[in-house]
Ligand binder design. Structure first.
Ligand code: ATP
Ligand code: MG
Length: 430
């Protein structure tokens, strides 16, 4: 069968690999808007991940994408078109619908991406949510934030990567936040285009951040796994890592799963694999956001380590069969796995000569390690949830892999002299 993938990040290229491994024909549609995520396309060619690459300008432009996919479909009939990126998910879903292919309901996808409309929908369904206002100006924001009560969260009405998502404790911070909105961000063009100029102010929800991956197809909605998210102790909008399965009690996991399934049903996310972010408040689970795309960042790697199942196999099977993959219904973790960003708390230059074999004590436990710094390397402050350095570890229990990751962070800080972002570890004892 023939499946087209539209744009990707490096981890998402494993979706192409999953399709190739299953013997399918693969086209990669690469747009200038997101090619920066991949650097260049040589990895796709070198790894033989696609039978062809179609280059376009803007995958967020539905008409341009549709023209490219229609032409492709004429020459090489398509059985599915999908993206792992949230930022072009809407145009991809619309094109899939126009081509008569499987995809998420475009209206539901747009609803999920408008974080205010999404909250309104789930509240109307009787699901727990929080107070929020959409604001365009600082003046209005000051009034609305006072109404909600500090602290509040400010974030773009639609966005991603925690870009411009910030906890705001008082009026001064709110003024500084609005002042920062005018600044140019060094981001790929498509990502800049996807970030709404409107600001959403939300009541700040206290509690640990967790997420549930949810699959939906053929009228069935199935929770796949619950994860715990590590967040920065002093800037909670910055995410530092993920542990699967979440080290929480079975009662808490059940409540999270049930809530996530209800959110997916309420928003109408009818087809696909979705990433539902939830904070466990003192009253129970509260939605942070319903991401209408498969888990991102290093989460698919953690999912594979924890379950021995490739999430992209599930995605490819679902899109090509239009049915719920059998494996989705019974996911049993075989071990625990954690991914952790090695993010600097301040921009700095590595002054210390790093001892050889400094990581020998924990090397055996690593399933992945990306931290290529040495004396003289300049390291930028981690300011959003993206960071070039990270590692993955596995453990017999979720507590073990999650806390092992924190110990490794401590060792790394000591060995390099870099002050690293610390995790609040607020998921513990739930
Ligand atoms: N109402 C809230 N209360 C407390 N924390 C929040 C709230 N909304 C967002 N956050 C924190 O800010 C982070 C970023 O917010 P959100 O997920 O909505 O933005 P995003 O940019 O789409 O994120 P990403 O794409 O990285 O998942 C969340 O992961 C969470 O830690
Ligand atoms: Mg989020």
């Amino acid at each position: 069968m023939h499946i087209a993938f539209v744009d990707s990040n490096p981890v998402g290229l494993n979706a192409l690999l999953a399709a190739k491994r299953r013997g399918h024909e693969v086209t990669f549609v690469s747009s200038k808007q997101f090619v920066e995520f991949l650097g260049d396309l040589s990895a796709i060619e070198a790894r033989g991940l696609a039978d062809r690459i179609v280059r376009i300008d803007a995958s967020r432009d539905e008409d341009e994408l549709f023209a490219a996919l229609s032409e492709l479909n004429r020459k090489h009939p398509l059985d599915a078109v999908v993206t792992v990126l949230e930022y072009c998910a809407s145009s991809v879903a619309r094109c899939a619908q126009r081509l008569g292919l499987a995809g998420t309901d475009p209206a539901a996808l747009s609803l999920a991406q408008n974080k205010a409309a999404c909250r309104d929908r789930i509240s109307a369904s009787g699901l727990r949510s929080v107070g929020h206002f959409v604001v365009d100006t600082l003046e209005l924001a000051l009034v609305r934030a006072a109404h909600i009560g500090y602290p509040v969260i400010a974030k773009p009405l639609s966005g991603g990567g925690s870009i411009l998502a910030e906890k705001i404790d008082d009026e001064d911070r709110l003024r500084a936040y609005f002042a920062s909105l005018g600044k140019q961000l060094a981001l790929p063009a498509g990502l800049l285009d996807a970030i709404s100029p409107q600001t959403l102010l939300e009541d700040y929800i206290d509690g640990p951040l967790l997420s549930v991956e949810v699959a939906a197809a053929a009228g069935e909605v199935v929770p796949l796994i619950v994860s715990a998210r590590k967040r920065c102790i002093d800037e909670p909008a910055i995410e530092l890592g993920t542990t699967m399965p979440a080290p929480v009690s079975s009662e808490v996991a059940d409540a999270l799963r049930a809530y996530a399934v209800e959110v997916v049903r309420s928003v109408g996310l009818d087809f696909g694999i979705f990433h539902i972010e939830i904070i466990l408040s003192e009253h129970g689970p509260v939605l942070v956001e319903a991401n209408p795309r498969i888990m991102g960042g290093n989460m698919p790697t953690v999912f594979k380590l924890a379950t021995d199942i490739d999430a992209y196999d599930l995605l490819v099977d679902m899109y090509l069969t239009r049915a719920m993959p059998v494996a989705c219904r019974d996911i049993v973790p075989i071990q625990a796995a954690t991914t952790r960003m090695i993010g600097a708390a301040e921009s700095t230059q590595v002054e210390k000569a790093i001892a050889p074999h400094w990581n020998a004590p924990f090397k055996e436990r690593l399933a992945g390690w990306r931290f290529d710094v040495s004396r003289g390397t300049r390291v930028e402050k981690m300011d959003s949830s993206t960071c070039p350095f990270h590692f993955q570890v596995v453990g017999a229990s979720a507590h073990e892999s999650s806390l092992l990751a924190e110990w490794i962070i401590g060792q790394t800080a000591r060995a390099t002299g870099i002050k690293l972002r610390s995790s609040s570890e607020d998921y513990l004892f739930r």
